[in-house]
Design a binder for this molecule. Structure first.
Ligand SMILES: Nc1nc2c(ncn2[C@@H]2O[C@H](COP(=O)(O)OP(=O)(O)OP(=O)(O)O)[C@@H](O)[C@H]2O)c(=O)[nH]1
Ligand SMILES: [Mg+2]
Length: 423
């Protein structure tokens, strides 16, 4: 059974999903495997079976027990499966043990997520981030003999961004990682410049966040007229799209809407690290619109995952508007509560239901917060200066040759009034 041939690029992988359930996950094991099935299929595999083992505690050396592993081997043989995908990230001993005792290709949830990211990465930034996360994953899963990587074949875990074969040689991986790290540094500093510019423009930034496939991009398109790709796929969006929009034609207000990558349960740590600069866009937003898929039976759990990740990214104290999306798909069921949100409402990004209401709420929220900006008021504009002194929260004032330099917290109405003085 050892060394059965692995799949080739042309052949569809036939996989069995495996979960070791120690009761620690916020989803139950079946729900989590439903999601893993969706991930595996998005990565191009065919799921032919699943197996769950309830465990008191997970072991460092075996993902599932010895007896269960033998049961799994027979189960895979019966189903003619050629791979196994485990629902948690395995260490190299756990992988080795399963490989040795089943003779099959052993993959895990992280590997599948990385594979999907690689498939969907479009921008140069996304590609660098994904390849880096993939190679770091490979490095940490190299066993002493490097057996796991020396396997021939294609399929999940062997493709980098742009269908490029991933590097498998340990030494070359190391030098590629340093190269990618350098590119990432450049990308991050470029992103910081753009971000600084955006923040100092004083225009409120509104970010769509939420579980993957909840409808963030569909809502972004509905509100801004952008044409972000929306698909019934996990992680359809990886790149950041930003659009400037006026709430209505003659409004003095302007908003910047941002759509970005979705969250998922057990989001691999390596991905969070590599995608930090993308994920941190959320940190610099003024308002978060949390898009939840109310038609998904796991809606509540998915929302919890989102809040856990926000916490991990150290995103706090932002106004949150939670929209329960896809209400066109459900009959009139009550909205779950969301203690984290300042507002909750039902919408359908697809039909447009509730969108006007959402726009009103956004406007109300924008008006209620203030943004820090820098302005320069010429000395001949004494009345403008007076009104700032009277109405705004000033942090710093300095008299320079061209006028009075001020750093202050202004609300959006003031920002539009003083637009021409913003520096
Ligand atoms: N019925 C219904 N389907 C919707 C609604 N909003 C989005 N969808 C569908 O849900 C799927 C996912 O939508 P996206 O907008 O791509 O979701 P996303 O949150 O951007 O997903 P990722 O970028 O993959 O994280 C698509 O098939 C959409 O057509 C809605 O209000 N009703
Ligand atoms: Mg999207």
């Amino acid at each position: 059974m050892e060394n059965r041939l692995y799949t080739t690029d042309e052949e569809k992988e036939r996989v069995v999903l495996v979960a070791a359930d120690d009761g620690e996950n916020s989803f139950d094991a079946e729900e989590s495997l439903d999601e893993l099935q969706n991930l595996a299929e998005t990565a191009g595999a065919e799921v032919v079976g699943r197996m769950i083992q309830k465990r008191e505690a997970l072991s460092r050396s075996m993902y599932i027990g010895k007896g269960k592993t033998e049961e799994l081997r027979l189960f895979c043989e019966e189903l003619d499966a050629n791979g196994i995908i485990c629902d948690d990230e395995l260490n190299s001993s756990q992988t080795d043990f399963l490989e040795k005792n089943t003779g099959l290709k052993v993959m895990d949830r992280t590997l599948v997520i990385l594979d999907i990211f690689a498939k969907h990465a479009g921008s140069a930034e996304g590609k660098v981030q994904v390849e880096l996360a993939q190679l770091r994953y490979k490095m940490s899963h190299l066993t002493g003999k490097g057996k796991y990587l020396s396997r021939q074949g294609g399929g999940i875990g062997t493709r980098g961004p742009g269908e490029k074969k991933l590097e498998t040689d340990r030494r070359r991986i190391a030098s590629r990682i340093s190269e990618l790290n350098r590119s990432l540094k450049d990308i991050e500093s470029h992103r910081n410049v753009i971000r600084e510019k955006r923040i100092s423009s004083g225009i409120p930034i509104i970010a769509f966040i939420g579980y993957t496939n909840s409808g963030k991009s569909t809502l972004m398109n509905r509100i801004t007229g952008a044409d972000v790709l929306c698909e019934n796929k996990l992680f359809a969006t990886l790149d950041i799209t930003t659009r400037k929009v006026k709430p209505d034609e003659d409004s003095r207000l302007e908003y910047l809407f941002t759509d970005t990558v979705g969250f998922i349960s057990k989001l691999p740590h390596g991905l969070i690290k590599a995608f930090r600069s993308t994920l941190e866009e959320v940190k610099y937003a003024d308002i978060l619109i949390h898009v939840a898929d109310s038609s998904n039976p796991s809606c509540k759990n998915q929302m919890e995952v989102v809040y856990k990740l926000l916490d991990e990214l150290d995103v706090k104290d932002k106004p949150i508007i939670t929209v329960f999306n896809k209400t066109d798909k459900i009959s009139d069921s009550p909205i779950p509560d969301d203690p984290h949100a300042d507002y909750t409402l039902k919408i359908s990004a697809k039909t447009g239901f509730g969108i006007d209401n959402l726009k009103d709420i956004i406007e109300k929220t924008v008006r209620s917060f203030k943004t820090k900006i820098k302005i320069l008021i010429p000395y001949d504009k004494g009345s403008v200066l007076n009104s700032i002194y009277n109405d705004c929260e000033i942090i710093k004032t300095e008299h320079i040759s061209t006028g009075t330099y001020i750093e202050a917290y202004l609300n959006s109405e003031y920002i539009s009034k003083l637009k021409s003085y913003i520096i």
